[in-house]
Design a protein around this ligand. Structure first.
Ligand SMILES: [Zn+2]
Length: 283
């Protein structure tokens, strides 16, 4: 039994995913790695360049272009264009797409190599460091965290820091793996002894977010109009999970459209996509 790092309640339960111990808080529904694993170590590994080595292909092979268009379309439907801060910019391809559409953009990226690619190749204004290191007094219409927040040591602090940089009525956009789906798939597979078959498809980082936890986190931080939806998948198969890229595309799209149908039939109460996206308005 451990204290939940967010709500501090001790009312959690423990489960093992392969060799890693996770806890799920019964109060706020946060799923988090056991504190026996060092948060700081994980973050320094990322900023020292392992992140670039592991994920640079994913960022540079244009497999996310359609996803970035979808994100920008969704934001622009609500807000038009304006100023945008992207936290965890990577090599800057999302920001580059935003800039082409007329957004005034800024990035924050802890990996030196990724920040250099973003500045040099994509001609972007990127601060190399974390959100905690950034002390600019500028304010933004939109702040995005695309597949970033679940890697963070303290996501609630990142949200608090972002809050200070977001204009009133500004939009916060988040994308992350669906903790509800991945946890339940793992538990279901465990019951039937099939975890070895699905383990490569499951995603668990430092934290795993469910819709319930995200609603609680953003409500506590003073956000309203919190909309949580299934997110479209990225294109292709950057981590070679399938025997052929075309098969990956077919399976990912089939899962997404099935999840969308369930989302519509249940008025958004059941979200079974592999990733979720969230938009919320700052009060
Ligand atoms: Zn909790």
């Amino acid at each position: 039994m451990e204290n939940c790092p967010y709500c501090r309640k001790t009312n959690d339960f423990e489960f093992k995913i392969f060799s890693r111990i996770f806890h799920r808080c019964r109060e706020c529904d946060l799923i988090h790695k056991s504190s026996q694993e060092n948060y700081h170590e994980v973050l320094t590994t990322y900023s020292r360049g392992s992140y670039f080595n592991i994920y640079s292909c994913d960022q540079t092979d244009k497999k996310r272009d359609k996803l970035y268009d979808h994100i920008l379309n969704s934001i622009e439907e609500n807000k038009g264009t304006g100023s945008l801060l992207d936290v965890g910019t990577g090599c800057g391809f999302f920001l580059g797409a935003a800039k082409k559409r007329g957004w005034s953009v800024k990035g924050i990226e802890p990996s030196k190599q990724s920040a250099e690619v973003a500045c040099r190749q994509n001609n972007l204004d990127v601060f190399c460091g974390t959100l905690q290191d950034y002390h600019g007094d500028d304010q933004f219409d939109v702040i995005t965290f695309i597949n970033v927040l679940d890697h963070s040591a303290e996501p609630w602090k990142e949200i608090e820091l972002a809050n200070n940089l977001l204009k009133p009525d500004g939009i916060l956009y988040l994308r992350f793996p669906n903790g509800f789906l991945h946890t339940h798939l793992f538990q279901l597979a465990s019951k039937f002894g099939l975890t070895y078959r699905i383990q490569k498809f499951l995603v668990f980082h430092q934290f795993s977010f469910t819709p319930k936890f995200i609603k609680r986190l953003l409500s506590d931080a003073g956000y309203s109009d919190i909309i949580i939806l299934n997110s479209p998948p990225s294109e292709g198969d950057p981590h070679n999970l399938f025997p052929a890229p075309a098969l990956a595309q077919y399976v990912k799209r089939a899962i997404y459209w099935t999840a969308r149908a369930i989302q519509i039939l249940t008025s958004g109460r059941v979200l079974l996509g592999t990733s979720l996206e969230v938009m919320a308005i700052k009060n």
